[in-house]
Design a protein around this ligand. Structure first.
Ligand code: NAD
Ligand code: 022
Ligand code: ZN
Length: 375
């Protein structure tokens, strides 16, 4: 069938909105009418050509929400009419990783997903008879897409698509990093580096977890108001403190009789490897945990003195906030609908598909927290 899509034909070129062909779902697959999609950094990273694993031509987008319109043979967990969020981290519940209960990184369709293909090794999208690649297993920059059943979370039907699409990446990543990866407890102290679409969700996750001191760090002073809006208690602009950021933060977090200082939990939401080191080193001696969320440029490396780890700090990372998509995403939708978390104010721009390139411009200019395309 004919669908409308923003196609990434070539690295470094804007997306082209055009009509493409989509084949129906095969065994174990479903077709979803995408109602809304967020525009996230990874889409930009791939489109720019900086992603060495980027494949062209392809249909990008990984932060969507929509409705199942057709199910392929053998599909059991979904039916026509179900409201869903596509998952770039699937959950098969059968592979060694899913069964381990120790990771959310399901391996069932990992290799084909990375090659821009469906699990049978082919693509459902084409243009003039030539295949177009899928992206992150989701391809939400099209008004219809085909997904493996295991890469779809069924959610409640009264939730608005133009808001819950953000749960498909940013919201779950930020809140999940706090709850699943760091397992922050009530009364904790935390530092969040980078107050963008991810960092603000880390902040609201920390508020939800009952953290006492939530320090936000950003080079951009306009982020102070944003952070406070979601529960940040202190703001630091590293350019304005007149000393190194690490000793400054260690001093700011001094509590208790020993007055050692350092945060219980720190989060990198910048993707900058220098910031990742700062985040580790301002974690508390003996128990501080630092979580890397930001995706660094291709080939970048992190460094610190091993003494930082020997003295009890832990360096970890997270993909999709450690969330098991089919299990945890519906719960986050519930939290949003129950008012436990906020999404609406972070969606600063709503665009039509024809305006999608404007979403990338807003991201480059640092003017948006999140832009959402509504079909
Ligand atoms: P964003 O551009 O909206 O926000 C980044 C913020 O960091 C900005 O406010 C910027 O001013 C600030 N910043 C930049 N350099 C800084 C520095 N040196 N010190 C302090 N602040 C600094 O980006 P985002 O959408 O919030 O995404 C953040 C990162 O998270 C990206 O690298 C993205 O790819 C990554 N991400 C990872 C996952 C995952 O599963 N691990 C999922 C989604 C996004
Ligand atoms: C989403 N991300 C950044 C912004 N929005 C993002 C990027 C990469 C990952 C997670 C989130 C990620 C971390 C670890 C992996 N990926 C590898 C997972 C694995 O190998 O099992 C990752 C994912 C998907 C893809 C590439 C890398 C892809 O589909 N191309 C989850
Ligand atoms: Zn994303």
């Amino acid at each position: 069938m004919d669908v409308r899509a923003a196609v990434a034909f070539e690295a470094g070129k804007p997306l082209e909105v055009t009509t493409v062909q989509l084949e129906g779902p095969k065994e174990g697959e479903v077709m979803v009418e995408v109602k809304a999609t967020g525009i996230c950094h990874t889409d930009e990273f791939t489109l720019s050509g900086a992603d060495p694993e980027g494949i062209f031509p392809s249909i990008l987008g990984h932060e969507g929400a929509g409705v199942v319109v057709e199910v392929g043979p053998g599909v059991k967990s979904l039916k026509k009419g179900d409201h869903v969020i596509p998952l770039y981290t699937p959950e098969c519940r059968e592979c060694p990783s899913c069964l381990s209960q120790k990771t959310n990184l399901c391996t069932a369709i990992r290799s084909t997903q990375g090659q821009g293909l469906m699990p049978d090794g082919t693509s459902r999208f084409s243009l003039d008879g030539k295949p177009l690649h899928h992206y992150m297993g989701t391809s939400t920059f099209a008004n219809f897409t085909v997904l493996p059943e295991i890469a779809v979370a069924k959610v409640r039907e009264d939730a608005p698509f133009d808001k819950i699409c953000y749960i498909g990446c940013g919201v779950t990543t930020g809140i999940g990093a706090v709850i699943h990866t760091a397992k922050v407890e009530e009364g904790a102290t935390a530092v969040v580096f980078g107050l963008g679409g991810i960092g603000l969700n880390v902040i609201q996750g920390l508020r939800l977890a009952g953290a006492d001191m939530i320090i936000g760090v950003d080079l951009n002073n306009s982020k102070k108001e944003w952070g406070e809006r979601f529960g940040m208690t202190h703001f630091v602009n590293p350019k304005e403190i007149g000393e190194d950021i690490v000793p400054y933060l260690v001093n700011l977090t001094k509590r208790g009789a020993d007055q050692i200082g350092g945060a219980d939990y720190t989060f990198d939401c910048t993707g900058n490897v220098t910031v990742m080191r700062q985040a580790l080193e301002c974690a508390h001696r003996g128990w501080g945990q630092s979580v890397v969320i930001g995706v660094a440029p291709a080939g970048a490396e992190i460094s610190t003195r091993p003494f930082q780890l020997v003295t009890g700090r832990t360096w970890k990372g997270t993909a999709f906030g450690g969330a098991r998509g089919r299990t945890d995403v519906p719960k986050i939708v519930e939290w949003y609908m129950d008012g436990k978390i906020e999404i609406d104010p972070m969606i600063t721009h709503t665009l039509s598909l024809d305006e999608i390139n404007k979403g990338f411009d807003l991201m480059h200019a640092g003017e948006s927290i999140r832009s959402v395309v509504v079909y």
